[in-house]
Structures are given as C-alpha cells and as structure tokens.
Design a binder for this molecule. Sequence first.
Ligand code: PRT
Ligand code: ZN
Length: 283
Amino acid sequence: MLRIAVQSKGRLNEDTMALLGEADIKISSSKRTLLVCSKNFPLEILYLRDDDIPQTVADGVADVGIVGRNELVETGAEADVVRPLGFGACRLSLAIPKEEEYVGLEWFNGKKIATSYPRILKHFLDEHAISADIHVITGSVEVSTGIGLADAIFDIVSSGSTLVSNNLREVEVVMESEAVLIGNPLMSGYKREILDELLFRIEAVKSAEGKKYVLMNAPKDKVEQILAVLPGIKSPTVMPLADDTWCSIHTVLDEERFWEIIGQLKENGAQGILIVPIEKMII
Ligand code: PRT
Ligand code: ZN
C-alpha cells in the first residue's frame, strides 16, 4: 500500500481529488476521515494541512504527497519532486505600496517585509545582499502595509487582484510555483512499483489534457492538402469509405489550435467533422 498526503481542504484539494479520480482511483468521498483507503488501487489517502505535507513525506509517514512547490521549498523538507502537476500555478513576489517609486532591489534595504515565507525570502535577500527586516505573519499578509505593520510584502500572487485591491504593486517575482507530486527518497521497491503505476496513469490523464480526437470525411483528391494542415501525434489515420472517391481521416488536435485548423479543413473540402473528447492517452 502506498500512502499519499493531500491537502484536506483549500485551493489544491479539488484539483488533486479530480486528478486521482481521472486516474480511476476510487476514493469514498462520504467517509472524510484523516486516512481513507482507495477501493480499487493500493493507495491510502492522508488528508492534511498543506504546511504539514512536505515534512510528513520527508519523515516517511506518507510515501508521496501533493503540495505547492512553494511549501516544499519553504519547509526545506527532504522530499524529491517526482512530477510537476500543472495546477495551482502561482508565484511568490515582492510587492510595495503602489505610490512608492521603485528603484530596484536596493529599495528593500532597511525596510520591513511581511510574509508567511521567511525562508524563501531570506534566501533571496541574502543572495542579493539586501538587508531587510523579515516580519513573519501567517495570514492576510496583503493588509500589512495598509495597517502600518510593514513597508512591503512577500506573498503568493496569482491573478494579481489581491495586490491591486490593497494598493500594492508587484515589483519582483522571486519564485514560480505549481502543485507537485513529491516522494520520500527512501521508498521501498514495492512502494516504488505502485508509484510507477500511479505515474503511468497520471501521465495518461495529462497527455490527454487539452486534446480532442477529430474524425472527418475527405475527398480522396484533397487528402494530401488536408494532411498537410494536420499536426497529429504521429501520422493521421486514413481509411477507405464505401464510396471510393472519399476517405475518412482520424487524428488528435490541440484544443488551442483547434478552430484555426478546422477552418482550413473545411476550405479543403472536409465534411462531417466530428470532435470527440479524449479521456486518457498512452503515448
Ligand atoms: O489550510 P491549509 O494550510 O491546507 O491551506 P492554506 O490556506 O495554507 O493554503 P491555500 O489552500 O490557500 O493554498 C494552497 C496552495 O495553493 C499554495 O501553497 C499555493 O501553492 C497554491 N496557490 C495557487 C495559491 C494561490 N494560487 C493563491 N492565489 N495560494 C494562495 N493564493 C492566495 C494568496 O495568498 C493571496 O492571498 O490568493 C491571494 C492572491 O490571489 P490573486 O489571484 O488575487 O493574485
Ligand atoms: Zn497552509
């Protein structure tokens, strides 16, 4: 049995549970105790606060965990990053009152900076030989300057709207973060095998993200032009139809380029274009 530590509630919980669900790992949602066993995969789910996940994995109390890279780095816990997961994207930034004139990093010399990430901030300031007073607070960092608690803040930014509504301006991005799958470096061979199976499933889910399966009928004399506009994973599949002047073309398309490509397919005479969602893709 492999034990995974996940955030019990909060920003990463929903995407984490959705990822496990898409990997067909069934977890009873009614029984929200601290530790829940999957019904169809050798996985135990340990629900924790995100702050506790890195150390729990480093100590081997959980074998793997899903947490923001920012938390992993801040705790300094000795856990390996097994795989970035592509959700929970944010950055750790320095922000100052918007009316202040920013002259560069020296602005922070002698200033008081409020943050919940003192370790990452100290490392950054030391690296740039800036001497500032780090004031640690655990919540609502963004109000610190408004109430006179600090001159600047160092906090998580995602859309930036929290900074704007607190009259702050982002001046330095110190670290980019996203949710990562972390693992205990000393995991047994048996647990590693389960982790490999979990990774295989995550890979299949992630490969299918943003992709559509597209089928269309095409006049045979236009197949070459149509194939030229299809990026496809490998070469698209071309199959004969009962009417031998037509054929059927199947391929996989990126959602992002989708409408642009469909337009070109139609111009080249493709008809009956079907777009089908892809659940998993094993490359
Ligand atoms: O209860 P627990 O301790 O488990 O949760 P928590 O309250 O400590 O963390 P939570 O759930 O808020 O965040 C978990 C993780 O999500 C973080 O460690 C980040 O890796 C990631 N993440 C992604 C974010 C954000 N985006 C985010 N926008 N974490 C926090 N925020 C906050 C930020 O602190 C700020 O107050 O949102 C505000 C900024 O958002 P914008 O969009 O206005 O810029
Ligand atoms: Zn937390």
